[in-house]
Design a binder for this molecule. Sequence first.
Ligand code: SF4
Length: 507
Amino acid sequence: MKIPKRPTVIIRSCPTYDTAAIERIIGEGLETLDVTPYGRTLVKPNLVAAGEFFPHAHTRPEFGEGVLRALRDRGGEQIEELAVGERCGITIPTRMAFRDSGFSEMIGRLGGIKHYYFEESSQVEIPLTHPQRLRDYVFTPEPVAQADFFVNLPKFKAHPWTTVTFSMKNYIGIQDDRHRLIDHDHRLNEKVADLQHIIQPQFIAIDAITAGEGRMLTPTPRDLGLIIMGNSQVAFDSVCCHIIGIDPLSVDHIRLTSEYGFGSTDLADIDVTGDVPLEEAQDRAKGFEVGLIRVKEYFEGTSISAYAGPPPDEEHSNYCWGGCPGSIEEAIEILRQYDEETDEKMPRLHVVFGNYKGDIGAGPGEKVVFIGDCCQWQGKLDGDLVQIKSTYTERAAKDPHEARHDDIYSKMLSINSQMGKARKATHVRIEGCPVSVAEQALALVHLGKLKNPYLDPSQAIAFNKSYLSWRGRTTLNRLMGKKYQRHGSYASRGQAQPELPKSETDE
Ligand code: SF4
């Protein structure tokens, strides 16, 4: 895949989730961009979370259907395999996200379309060679590495850790959990930029018909009535930023990816076309709320007091935007969906992140929770001296080959045991880097005696069924020796890796 020297971004009006209209608009977009799907064509939606409690977190199935129909119509016989693949978030089996989002039903109804639950696929090692890389290789599921024609189908949303989640951030779902959580910390934006080296989409279409403001799992719906299409990640995300009135260079993963040679963020270098002028799209998105909020401010006015010191490598950032502090914000948002009394039930609680040097205003009987490997603090709690030392492991010492995935049941056992042991103590330490959204949700469930979303009666049967199918499939893969493959995706497809803007762009 070459990065177009002069990319195009198309902004189209589409007021409702009318599949026929979406199909027509996408078909016209493919034609304008002069791209035709072929070979193994893989569509990657954003299904981070779905179902009754997360109606606006994901790419809608009507949108996916319109895109799949248009791709099939344009590619015809040239398509060997048309598939949809994703790894959803919050430790839920992707099978469930497919089911709850309506993608399973839609794919079944269309017929002839494969699905890939990425955590059940074998993983392929992709070497990275660009000088700014966080590590020398990353893993991605085999269907991504082997895709000939890759379609990125994100949802237009705010994001509490990376400001926005448009096209590039959707790549966090092209890794299974154990690899996704590596570097999912204060270097998250660099990780997202590194993932761009795995594959570049020939076609991008974002579901901005109903966008999501404020947060990423439980956003406030905002009707924009837009479908935006493009053929370059940086150009695409830059135009989306301009639509909501923010500078693309202020979003680190966009700026970094541009610096890595994936194209310019400058509107003067991008052909912006379609039936909605940029100014009108900006009018529709006026006042769009993005998500970046520090944990201390987020919890103000609640029974939780949060304290955040800097993470390691303070020269990169004085706040861990991609790790533990953001995860607790998403965790409490999930819990509020499942238990309306979350805030009332929560006892006075203090949560501490990073190398925090200030006071903790904990009164008698108020628990202090130190979260994350990098957490450090020293002081008195209820008259006793408490010393929390960092257990942070340097990045270079974390080998993705050795990455382990703890499923939700082992996480439940581990958190319950840690909380149980600390029942009478002034404080408890939860280790991990990051401590995931799921783990922090489980800790809060324990501390606040809240409803456990993972055991919610409306979900329990489907969850267990999906969980057992997933574990069954991964066990089978292991028995068949399908754990890892090693080869670079670009090399294996006979394509050049898009490292340099000059030598690799279309002339
Ligand atoms: S332990 Fe948590 S807060 Fe610390 S660097 Fe890792 S992800 Fe960030």
